[in-house]
Design a protein around this ligand. Structure first.
Ligand code: KG4
Ligand code: ZN
Length: 396
């Protein structure tokens, strides 16, 4: 089954085409035929965070070029007349205009595209319908609805967080041998969650952040330290440098940050207090020396890692989890991954830790196509006339 994946929930615009097979996760296999990803990071950097309406505009401008690129890479982009196939625009769906009425530029580009090319060889379209930034989500959802109608192919609505879980649980072209219960630690710019699965595609939210997400905390603290957006990789780089110096960094006063909610009896998190603590100390010490910035980065990353590792271990023990999946942008963090691996090994827990390769940790369309496949084989299709974006969509 050939699935087109579309992702626009935040600041990455992604379109990919996979060819997948298997009756379920056990015998699942896929190959990536085409993959086009456009990161808006540079565009949002001056704002120090993602600016939703700008993200929406950028998605709208880039979806057709990315679709073209992904299909071309997959060798399934045929100019009309070349293969005597049907032309998208010949299916004559006037509702496409209505669906894209709020994205006139996207409509224009799509109309030209559908006129120029034959319907590609695809079996379903999978799109993120939440959670995320609603204006950004809507562009992808409307684009996918229009394509599904134009090409008359089924549409699959995918939860972005399920996408992170499924791709993190994949190993190369198949799923890792996962034993259940499986515990997913989802750490991204918008979410920090512990999700328990007793079997594939079943989710119970057992813990979540009560305020800022882990990635959001990285981004906000980076801003306080005058580091560029996105803050995660920057802080991580400085923290690694600070660790090379050991304790020899000379700062006037040692920097100690709190470990919020680390020892309470829930699986919930809280990161906004960390940011507030950093703000207060930065105000006091300002202007910061380079060494002080290194020390802040290290202590902040340590604090986040301590809390994430402690709570995850507690959840593993409480629920007897056999497989631990880490997903979301922050799972690109080398230090946090290493700390988790070390804790699981030292704790003699015997659970398997699965983390995505760094290039698949942040948002992409592959995770949506893969998660979408499992819904498609169960014929869990969405109605293209009715599918809506939902910024607060829940997994469980
Ligand atoms: O999953 P993602 O790409 O988008 C959301 O769904 O939010 O995650 C983006 C987040 C950003 O907050 C970014 O700072 C963080 O992931 N991030 C990192 C690292 N790489 C990305 N945080 C810590 N360390 C990293 N190496
Ligand atoms: Zn994400």
């Amino acid at each position: 089954m050939r699935i087109l994946g579309i992702e626009t929930s935040c600041d990455e615009t992604g379109v990919c085409l996979i060819d997948a097979s298997g009756a379920g996760p056990e015998d699942f296999r896929y190959s990536l035929l085409g993959n086009a990803l456009y990161s808006q990071v540079a565009i949002h950097a001056p704002y120090g965070g993602v600016f939703p309406n700008l993200a929406k505009r950028e998605h709208a401008l880039n979806l057709v070029p990315l679709l073209t690129q992904a299909l071309e890479q997959a060798g399934t982009l045929a100019p009309y007349g070349e293969r005597a196939g049907v032309r998208g625009s010949d299916l004559g769906r006037s509702d496409i205009l209505e669906i894209l009425s709020r994205e006139p530029e996207l409509f224009e580009q799509l109309a030209v595209f559908l006129d120029a090319y034959e319907k590609p060889d695809i079996d379903a379209i999978a799109v993120t319908h939440g959670p995320g930034l609603e204006p950004a989500l809507w562009v992808g959802v409307n684009f996918a609805r229009a394509l599904a109608l134009a090409w008359n192919v089924p549409l699959v609505a995918v939860n972005h967080m399920e996408g992170h879980i499924m791709l993190s649980a994949a190993e190369g072209d198949h799923m890792a041998a996962c034993e259940f219960p499986m515990l997913s630690l989802l750490i991204s710019g918008g979410h920090t969650e512990l999700v328990l699965s007793r079997t594939w595609q079943e989710y119970e939210l057992i813990g979540q952040t009560r305020d800022d997400a882990a990635g959001e905390a990285f981004d906000k603290v980076a801003r306080l330290l005058d580091l560029p957006y996105p803050g995660g990789p920057e802080i991580s780089r400085l923290a690694a440098e600070a660790r090379k110096y050991g304790d020899t960094i000379s700062i006037s006063s040692p920097i100690t940050l709190p470990r919020p909610m680390m020892h309470d009896d829930t699986f919930d998190f809280s990161f906004s207090g960390l940011k507030t603590a950093v703000r207060r100390m930065v105000e006091e010490l300002s202007p910061l020396s380079d060494e002080q910035k290194l020390a802040f980065a290290r202590e902040f990353e340590d604090a986040v890692a301590d809390v994430l590792v402690h709570k995850t271990l507690k959840a593993i023990e409480a629920h007897g989890a056999r497989t631990i999946v880490v997903g979301g942008g922050v799972s690109a963090n080398t230090y946090i991954k290493a700390r988790l691996a070390e804790a699981i090994e030292q704790g003699n827990i015997g659970a398997t830790l699965l983390v995505p390769p760094p290039e698949l940790a942040t948002d992409n369309a592959l995770m949506i196509a893969v998660a979408g496949y499992f819904h498609a084989i169960q014929h869990e299709y969405a109605d293209p006339a009715a599918l809506r974006a939902n910024g607060n969509l829940r997994l469980a």
